[in-house]
Design a protein. Structure first.
Length: 487
C-alpha cells in the first residue's frame, strides 16, 4: 500500500512537472466587453461576472458559492460550450496542436471572483450594488506528445515511428502550442526470425513479433530469403519521391510530418526504411523534401503613392506558401477638406493626413474641385406705381404718334390700333405695367407696318382685267355682226 501511494504521488508530481501553468487576472469582463484570449487560434471567452455578497462583521464580502463567471470554450467538433463557473471550479477540454493535429488537454480553474459591495441595512444588513467586478483564473496545458506509426503492427514492413513532445508558450494573452524535435524509433530484428516492432503510443518499448511462412528477419522486417531489391531513386534521397520493390512488395516514400520523410531504400537484397529530417528551408510534401517558399513582405497601392486626387486601396502583408494579409485600407475623408491617404513605404503600409488644396473638397476618399453654383441674375424690381403710370402714358402717346405717321404713309396699322386700344383699356384699369407693354407692342407694330400699296395694286389689276374682258367681248360682237349677210 505504501508503495502504491508513493507511485501515485510520483505520477502526480511528474504530471505537474511537465504541465505548463499560466495565470490571468485580476481582469474585468462583461457581456458587452468580454475578455478573449486564444489557445492555438481557438478563442476562449471570459464573459459576464455575476457577484453575490454577504454581510459579516460590519463589512461586505463576495459569496463564493453563488458568484459566477461565464466561460465559453471550444469542443473537439469546433463548436462552443458556455458554462457558469464558481470559485475553485475547473473545466477541461482539448485543443489540437496545429502541426501534428494532436489533441492537447487544457484545464481552466477559477481562482477568485471579486467586487466592491455596499451594505444596505434596515432590519438586517445585505450587500448590494457590486462594482469593480474582476476574476482571476489559471490555464494548465497538460503534457502531451504526438506519435506517428505508418504500419501499426505489420512486421513485414520496416518502418520508423516518430514522436514529438508538445509544449506551450504564452505571448501576451495568447497561448501557442509548439511541437518539439522529432524522435525516431526504427523496427529492428531480434535473432534471425523475430521483429522488434515499434508501435504507438509507446514506441520506446517494442513488441516482439515472430516471422512466419518461412520468412526471416532482416533490417527490421520479415522477408522471404533470396529476394531482389530495386530502388527507383537509387538510395536514401530525401528530395526525390521514390519506390522500392522487394520481391512482391512495393514501398513508396511518404511524409511522416511536415519536415520528416519516410525514405525507403535498398540495403543488399532487402528494403529498409528510415526517417530523414528535411534540410533547412525545406518541407516534406508528397513523399519528398521540397524547398519552402520563404515569407516575404509586400505592399501594393492602387493609386501608386501619395495621390490625394485619386482614391486608392493599399494592401500589405506577408507572402509565403500562403498569402497572409495583415491589412487592407482605402483612402477616406476626415471631414470636408481633410483626407486620410494610405500609401506604401517600401514593403509596409503607411498613412498620412492631407488638407485638400484651395478650391477643393474631400469626397469619396479623394480631393476634388469644388463646384461653385452659377450666379443667378437678380430680378429687377418693378418701378414705383407713379413711375409706371408715367411710363405707360408716355408709351401710349408714342404709339399714337407712330400709328399716325404710318397711316400717313398708307401703311396697314390695323393691328397696331387694336394693341393701342388694349393699352388704353389697361391704363384706365390702373394696370400700368400691362398698359406699358401693350403700348410698346403697338408702337412696334406701327413702325413695322407694311404699306397698303399691295392691296391697291390688286384692285387696279382687277379693274383693268374687267375692262380688257369687256373690250374683247365688244370686238367679237362687232366682227360677228359684220360677217352676217344682209337680207
Amino acid at each position: 500500500m505504501r508503495f502504491l501511494l508513493s507511485l501515485l504521488f510520483f505520477s502526480f508530481f511528474i504530471s505537474l512537472a511537465f504541465a505548463d501553468l499560466y495565470k490571468y487576472g485580476p481582469l474585468v469582463s462583461s457581456f458587452e466587453d468580454p475578455f478573449v484570449f486564444k489557445i492555438e487560434d481557438k478563442p476562449i471567452i471570459i464573459g459576464d461576472i455575476s457577484v453575490q455578497g454577504f454581510y459579516d462583521n460590519a463589512a461586505c464580502d463576495v459569496e463564493e458559492g453563488t458568484s459566477t463567471v461565464m466561460i465559453s470554450y471550444p469542443t473537439s467538433d469546433d463548436t462552443y460550450l458556455s458554462v457558469n463557473m464558481n470559485m475553485d471550479d475547473t473545466i477541461t477540454f482539448k485543443v489540437k496542436e496545429n502541426e501534428t493535429k494532436t489533441d492537447v488537454e487544457i484545464t481552466i480553474e477559477v481562482n477568485r471572483i471579486n467586487a466592491s459591495l455596499l451594505p444596505f441595512c434596515r432590519e438586517e444588513c445585505t450587500c448590494t450594488n457590486p462594482t469593480n467586478k474582476t476574476v482571476k483564473f489559471e490555464v494548465t496545458i497538460n503534457a502531451a506528445s504526438s506519435c506517428d506509426d505508418p504500419d501499426g503492427k505489420d512486421a513485414n514492413n520496416p518502418t520508423t515511428v516518430v514522436t514529438k513532445s508538445i509544449t506551450s508558450n504564452k505571448i501576451e494573452n495568447n497561448i501557442d502550442l509548439i511541437s518539439g524535435e522529432a524522435v525516431s524509433y526504427d523496427d529492428s530484428c531480434s535473432g534471425g526470425s523475430v521483429v522488434n516492432e515499434r508501435t504507438c503510443p509507446k514506441p520506446i518499448k517494442p513488441e516482439s513479433i515472430p516471422c512466419v511462412g518461412g520468412k526471416i528477419c532482416s533490417n527490421g522486417a520479415c522477408r522471404l530469403p533470396n529476394t531482389v531489391c530495386e530502388d527507383s531513386d537509387n538510395g536514401a534521397d530525401s528530395k526525390v519521391k521514390g519506390t522500392v520493390k522487394e520481391g512482391d512488395r512495393i514501398l513508396t516514400d511518404h511524409c511522416l510530418d511536415q519536415d520528416i520523410v519516410s525514405e525507403f531504400y535498398c540495403e543488399g537484397n532487402f528494403a529498409k526504411e528510415k526517417g530523414i529530417n528535411c534540410p533547412a528551408n525545406f518541407v516534406c510534401e508528397d513523399g519528398a523534401c521540397i524547398e519552402k517558399l520563404q515569407p516575404t513582405k509586400f505592399c501594393d497601392d492602387s493609386d501608386f503613392g501619395e495621390n490625394p486626387n485619386k482614391i486608392g486601396t493599399v494592401t500589405w502583408g506577408i507572402k509565403g506558401e500562403a498569402e497572409i494579409l495583415s491589412s487592407n485600407e482605402t483612402d477616406k475623408c476626415l471631414g470636408e477638406s481633410d483626407l486620410l491617404e494610405f500609401y506604401c513605404k517600401g514593403d509596409e503600409g503607411k498613412n498620412s493626413t492631407f488638407s485638400c488644396a484651395y478650391g477643393e473638397i474631400c469626397e469619396d476618399g479623394q480631393c476634388i474641385k469644388k463646384l461653385e453654383p452659377e450666379p443667378q441674375p437678380t430680378p429687377s424690381e418693378p418701378p414705383p406705381i407713379e413711375n409706371q403710370q408715367e411710363l405707360a402714358a408716355t408709351a401710349i402717346e408714342k404709339a399714337r404718334t407712330a400709328i399716325a405717321n404710318a397711316a400717313k404713309d398708307n401703311k396697314d396699322v390695323d393691328a397696331a390700333k387694336i394693341k393701342l386700344e388694349d393699352a388704353d383699356v389697361a391704363y384706365k384699369k390702373s394696370d400700368y405695367e400691362n398698359s406699358l407693354n401693350l403700348a410698346e407692342e403697338a408702337e412696334a407694330l406701327a413702325i413695322n407696318a407694311k404699306p397698303r400699296q399691295a392691296q391697291q395694286d390688286g384692285s387696279i389689276y382687277l379693274v383693268f382685267s374687267l375692262v380688257v374682258f369687256v373690250i374683247i367681248i365688244l370686238v367679237i360682237n362687232y366682227f360677228f355682226k359684220k360677217q352676217k349677210p344682209s337680207r
